[in-house]
Design a protein around this ligand. Structure first.
Ligand code: ADP
Ligand code: ADP
Length: 228
């Protein structure tokens, strides 16, 4: 599903963010990426959806070798990925429905199919009744649920989440985790960078720990393991 081989990333300013990572993430897995601030977690996952390119090494996602992916094919590639951010990144002038539908409209789906599918995913995240609202009318947790609905509307094989609970209180964070679990139970691979020790230690899944741009730990049903 996701394979990295000898991947390194040096930013143009000379910062060495990733230093030789080889890893394989299989279909259907739920993976936490943990590590201190500046360890390279964001860079690691940004390379998975080709927001950043590695300096050396190779990355394969959904059978596509990213170094061979032409820029014009990147939007097509991303359709098979869902991405969820800490700060939601919803379009403020669009309604909840439109925010989610947008990802399908760019794929030129039939309007009737769009309506059906958007209401289906809004139902899954418990927000069908707020379809007509705009993001500012929603709580942080609700906005994150919209962004999750948007990420899965095109039925991607992988959802990549960068600190999805980073701006949310503990209770709301657990609601978000329940939704991500449900999505994973339906077969979607989930890769999630997080600083949430409680979640990692209670909802036991594979843990990839990164420090100084290297994988320092990779355990099935692992622990958060850091003191900060
Ligand atoms: P984390 O997500 O674990 O906090 P990052 O991947 O964001 O770590 O950062 C790893 C290192 O790379 C840090 O030293 C950070 O300052 C640096 N870095 C991240 N993004 C950039 C960038 N666009 N340009 C230069 N350096 C960067
Ligand atoms: P966060 O702490 O919220 O994870 P990031 O480390 O991801 O923040 O950085 C936020 C943005 O700033 C990203 O787009 C990242 O690429 C960029 N960035 C991070 N560190 C540097 C750096 N040292 N030089 C230039 N850009 C950076």
């Amino acid at each position: 599903m996701i394979e990295m081989s000898e991947v390194s990333k040096i930013y143009p300013n000379g910062v060495s963010a990733i230093n030789g990572i080889t890893v394989k993430i299989n279909k259907g897995e739920f993976v936490y990426v943990v590590g201190p601030s500046g360890a390279g977690k964001s860079t690691f996952i940004k390379m998975m959806y080709r927001e950043e390119k590695p300096t050396t090494g190779s990355i394969t996602v959904n059978g596509i070798q990213l170094s061979k992916l032409r820029n014009t094919k990147v939007p097509l590639f991303r359709r098979n990925l869902g991405v969820v951010f800490q700060d939601f990144k919803l379009l403020p002038t669009l309604t909840v429905f439109e925010n989610v539908a947008f990802a399908m409209e760019v794929v030129e789906e039939h309007p009737k199919d769009i309506k059906k599918r958007v209401m289906e995913v809004l139902d899954l995240v418990g927000l069908k009744h707020k379809a007509r609202m705009v993001p500012t009318e929603l709580s942080g947790g609700e906005q994150q649920r919209v962004s999750i609905a948007r990420s899965i509307v095109n039925s991607p094989q992988v959802v990549i989440a960068d600190e999805p609970t980073g701006n949310l209180d503990p209770e709301t964070s657990w609601e978000i985790m329940n939704i991500l679990e449900e999505i994973n139970n339906r077969g979607t691979t989930i890769v999630m960078a997080t600083h949430n020790r409680d979640i990692v230690n209670n909802l036991k899944r594979r843990v990839i720990a990164i420090d100084n741009g290297r994988i320092v730990r990779d355990e099935q049903r692992g622990e958060y393991g850091y003191e900060y």
